[in-house]
Design a binder for this molecule. Structure first.
Ligand SMILES: C[S@@+](CC[C@H](N)C(=O)[O-])C[C@H]1O[C@@H](n2cnc3c(N)ncnc32)[C@H](O)[C@@H]1O
Length: 260
């Protein structure tokens, strides 16, 4: 039996819940496979599909630590208020834990949750020394969760890992849905440090997987060519976001690449 509708517990850029209606029937026709997301981010897709077995991976180790702590029954004990002074105190404590190698802990997960809800736009950025450096947010009110018991039983069925896509171990019949950071054309390094080279090695790795694969990305010319070259079947969708720089409110074009 599936758990009733659960919203992603964190704010996370690039949520793909809007894609679920397109992915659902393809997933359901493969529904006995293990479900794998190499770039799971905020979990918006897997929380809607609720597979029985899943491997959820993201290179952001603080994000994965938070999900693992939720599996273990995370309860919030740190103070939570939408207050600038408290925010900077908690940010400093979180960075101290990072420096001491102790951020992958229950306290680290509590602080990560508080910072995620309270910081500017729910961004997750670190400076060159590895410190979380997103400033205080601009929200008028924030709803903080006290515990995550409504997620725990579902999360206990799933495995979480924090690896680069290339070292993630897949089983041959895994169903893979990959949502890498968007390709931004005309740059070698896109925001979030995911380069064109990373897009190429992701496509190559997933094209070699014998089981079913779906990839979503921004439909740039070079991404279309890349996925076609690796033998994916492509379809196009209008994303709910807009291309703001053109000022004409054109819907951004998304590509869905499918194989096997
Ligand atoms: C577009 S977001 C995924 C959003 C997710 N589909 C959702 O609906 O919430 C892309 C994710 O890829 C992760 N990422 C970036 N580089 C990675 C890498 N080399 N290996 C694995 N994950 C990576 C980022 O941390 C980010 O969470």
């Amino acid at each position: 039996m599936s758990t009733p509708f659960l919203k992603p517990p964190l704010k996370w850029a690039g949520g793909k819940r809007w894609l679920v209606s397109h992915l659902k029937s393809i997933w359901e026709s493969n529904g006995t496979c293990r479900y794998v997301e190499p770039f799971c981010g905020g979990l918006s897709v897997v929380l809607a599909l609720q597979p029985k077995h899943a491997l959820l991976n993201d290179v952001n180790s603080h994000l994965i630590n938070f999900y693992r702590q939720v599996q273990n029954g995370l309860r919030m004990r740190v103070q939570m208020r939408n207050d600038e002074a408290l925010f900077y105190r908690h940010r400093q404590r979180f960075n101290r834990l990072i420096r001491k190698g102790k951020a992958h802990s229950e306290e680290g997960a509590q602080l990560f949750y508080y910072l995620n809800r309270t910081c500017f736009n729910g961004l997750c950025r670190f400076n060159k020394s590895g410190d979380f450096n997103v400033p205080f947010g601009t929200y008028s009110a924030i709803n903080y969760a006290k515990d995550f018991s409504n997620y725990a039983s579902l999360f206990r069925q799933w495995e979480f890992s924090s690896k680069d896509i290339e070292t993630l171990e897949l089983e041959d019949d895994d169903f893979v849905y990959a949502d890498p950071p968007y390709d931004v054309e005309f740059t070698t390094y896109s925001a979030g440090g995911f380069s064109w080279d990373d897009q190429v090695r992701t496509a190559k790795r997933l094209a070699a997987h014998p089981g079913p694969v779906m990839i979503s990305n921004q439909a740039t010319e070079r991404i279309i060519e890349l996925y076609e070259d690796f033998g994916f079947e492509l379809s196009y969708l209008d994303a709910p976001r807009r291309i703001s720089c053109t000022g004409d409110r054109t819907a951004a074009r998304e590509v869905l690449a499918i194989k096997n």
